[in-house]
Design a protein around this ligand. Structure first.
Ligand code: UDP
Length: 245
């Protein structure tokens, strides 16, 4: 991994990284791969140690998704609450991995669970970041019928982040699925409106709309390589930037 530049020369002061549940799953098809958690934590630690204020929204799709449970007859809202609890498990795993690297962290949950996480209080979250702590936002928005992508757009807007980094399994947004279509073309830059009108499905429409309303740039990149987040923060490697046209 290359050394990252100092805070002064980096284009970002405060960023939000959305870590999907799938990113923590590694090559498995369910749950958490401890090696992946270590890899992601090392990458986040590297960025935070070099002066960028970092907050995270973690997904839960590696453990439970309300929509999937609803197709099998479960009440959707109840399933979504279970999904939000899944994000808390992932948040605690990431917190543990970061703290073993001496990175100060706080987990803030949108659903009150005072024994394991602080309640989400916007001004307190800002203060944590100003003190150099990585804030991990758990339990999504705290509401069923939303996703953690929307939680990421919401928290990034509230925290006045310079950008939302969306770590995925592919290195940006493509015109078609690059895993099945060899002619798929990767976009370097897209507007929010293009993402919505072409139904590019990189994030759900609520998350894209919220980002558009708040002029929050979204950077989509592949998180499945060591140092991927550090590289994209420096503007290196492949990624797609979603901004206003
Ligand atoms: N969820 C929710 N409200 C939120 C965020 C998440 O109800 O604000 C639930 C929903 O059931 C979702 C699950 O939590 O399926 C896990 O989140 P998500 O699917 O966004 O995780 P990811 O795809 O990033 O792993």
């Amino acid at each position: 991994m290359n050394d990252i530049n100092t805070k002064e020369s980096l284009p970002y002061k405060r960023v939000l990284l959305k870590v999907s549940g799938e990113a923590l799953m590694g090559k498995g098809s369910f749950g958490v791969d401890p090696e992946m958690v270590e890899m992601v934590a090392a990458d986040i630690a590297h960025v935070a140690e070099n002066g960028v204020q970092v907050c995270l929204v973690v997904g839960g799709g590696n453990i439970f998704r309300g929509v999937a449970a609803a197709t099998k007859g479960m009440d959707r809202a109840q399933g979504d609450y279970a999904g939000m609890l899944a994000t808390v498990i992932n948040a605690l795993m990431l917190q543990n991995a970061l703290e073993r690297r001496d990175v100060g962290t706080r987990v803030m949950s949108a659903i009150h669970m005072a024994s394991i996480a602080e309640p989400y209080i916007r001004r307190r979250a800002v203060r944590h970041m100003e003190k150099g702590r990585v804030v991990i936002f758990a339990a999504g928005t705290g509401n069923p019928f939303f996703t953690t992508d929307t939680a990421a757009a919401l928290r990034a807007s509230e925290m006045e982040c310079d950008a939302l980094f969306k770590g995925t399994q592919v290195d940006g947004v493509y015109s078609a699925d690059p895993r099945t279509n060899p002619d798929a073309k990767r976009y370097n830059e897209l507007s929010y409106t293009e993402v919505l009108t072409r139904d590019l499905r990189v994030m759900d429409a609520t998350a894209i709309s919220l980002s558009r309303e708040n002029a929050l740039p979204i950077i989509v990149f592949n998180m499945h390589a060591p140092g991927a987040f550090s590289a994209v923060i420096r503007g290196e490697g492949a990624f797609t930037k979603i901004v206003e046209s």
